[in-house]
Design a protein around this ligand. Structure first.
Ligand SMILES: [Zn+2]
Length: 406
């Protein structure tokens, strides 16, 4: 039977696993219960398993056993992230999170269950594989750089040789109609950086600001000046996004505080814009501070690089998707999206691609449905077997072409 047909038969099993993960979301790099569940799902399958040292990652290597395969067999890496988010679930689905303040709001429970499904599909075809498959189950995608940890611990060389190609997938609860696979060659997602600013003034009585140095007014000016800077200093055809998501100062209405602070997320789509941000922001904020006689501490922290997919590997994935599901299921994006991914770190080392998969609940309008990270974000189980089948087929077909010398 075909991989897609076999996967269809596993649909209920994959959904059951997804619901187990969904009910018990864990956050960050330490996901012991999730790791346990993944190990249970892989139990009895012929994988060589390595657990993370600095995190609860799981790396599973399947040795292809096709007769006559060369010792320098090709290696394909497949990645799923496993972490949830600090969000209080409000979807009302019957398998909702049992943990207060934690939710699989980005659909990583779907990724993990789909890759576990692919593990079974691949193990059944082990004797036809002229290469090895590395499954990368990573924690801490949501701002903890789990991929970076796994790369430092050797996931790209887990099979004993460097992976030749790498594929990741991400589900969406919005954006595209149900079941649509999305690709984009080149820059697919933005780089993401963090800005941490503290304005240092001098505290005093709210009735006598002339005798103090108010950090609140200076910080307020900085927040709006950053938006003006973006429209005046950056090329509109090389877009950037800067959002101040945290702003804190003070304890009482009539007390001028000693300091104020704010934090922002910054998204860029070119190295040039990213570098310009790093120099333009401190210049602007220091200028405003100096104009108001306060001090400012500016900490610009690089987080994830741009997600850049390989053109040839993207075509490979597009051909596999069209062949399995038909052309109508494939959307090639004209523009990148302003989300970010630490799979970018894998794609910076190994040619590969990233595939979006819409899991908008059937019958719901994708233009208005709550997006990933919303407490109402709902993902349709119906895509699970297709996602598992795609993971497996990407490995099988790419290993075949690599083994044939292409
Ligand atoms: Zn995500």
């Amino acid at each position: 039977m075909s991989i897609a047909a076999d996967a269809k038969e596993m649909q209920a099993e994959i959904a059951r696993f997804r619901h187990e993960l969904h009910q018990e979301p864990e956050i960050g790099l330490d996901l012991p219960r999730t790791q346990e569940k993944v190990l249970k799902a892989l139990d009895g399958l012929p994988f060589e398993i390595t657990l993370g040292e600095s995190t609860t990652s799981v790396t599973a290597v399947l040795r292809g056993g096709a007769p006559g395969a060369s010792p320098e067999k090709p290696v394909v890496l497949l990645r799923a992230d496993m972490d949830g988010l600090p969000v209080q679930e409000r979807t009302g689905v019957e398998f909702s999170s049992k943990l207060d303040g934690a939710m699989h709001a980005c659909g990583h429970d779907l990724h993990t269950s789909m890759l576990a499904g692919a593990a079974t599909l691949l193990a059944e075809r082990r004797h036809q594989l002229a290469g090895d498959v590395v499954l990368m189950f990573q924690p801490g995608e949501e701002g903890f750089d789990g991929a970076g940890h796994m790369i430092r611990e050797g996931v790209l060389d887990a099979a004993g040789r460097r992976a030749d190609a790498a594929y990741g997938m991400h589900v969406f609860s919005s954006l595209e109609p149900y079941g649509q696979f999305c690709t984009k060659p080149g820059v697919m997602m933005s780089a993401s950086d963090g800005l941490y600013v503290t304005v240092l003034g001098a505290g005093g009585h709210g009735s006598a600001p002339h005798a103090a140095k108010d950090p609140v007014t200076a910080a307020a000016e900085m927040v709006t000046a950053l938006q003006v800077m973006i429209t005046r200093q950056f090329n509109m055809f090389d877009p950037v996004v800067l959002t101040v998501g945290l702003l804190q100062a003070g304890t009482k209405r009539n007390v001028i505080p000693e300091s104020a602070r704010f934090e922002a997320t910054i998204r860029t789509f070119s190295e040039a814009s990213r570098e310009k941000m790093m120099s333009a922001i401190p210049q602007l904020l220091k200028g405003i501070a100096s104009a108001h006689g306060v001090e400012v501490d500016v900490d610009y922290r690089g987080e994830y690089p741009m997600t850049v997919t390989d053109e040839d590997e993207t075509h490979t994935a597009e051909n596999v998707i069209s062949g399995m599901f038909g052309d109508s299921r494939l959307s090639r994006w004209a523009t990148p999206i302003s989300g970010s991914e630490d799979f970018s770190r894998v794609l910076a080392e190994v040619p590969g691609t990233f595939v979006g998969l819409s899991a908008v609940p059937r019958g719901v309008d994708h233009a208005t449905s709550p997006f990933n990270h919303s407490p109402y974000a709902t993902f349709d189980d119906g895509v699970l077997s297709d996602g598992a089948a795609l993971y497996a087929e990407l490995a099988v077909s790419r290993i075949a072409t690599l083994a044939a010398g292409n």
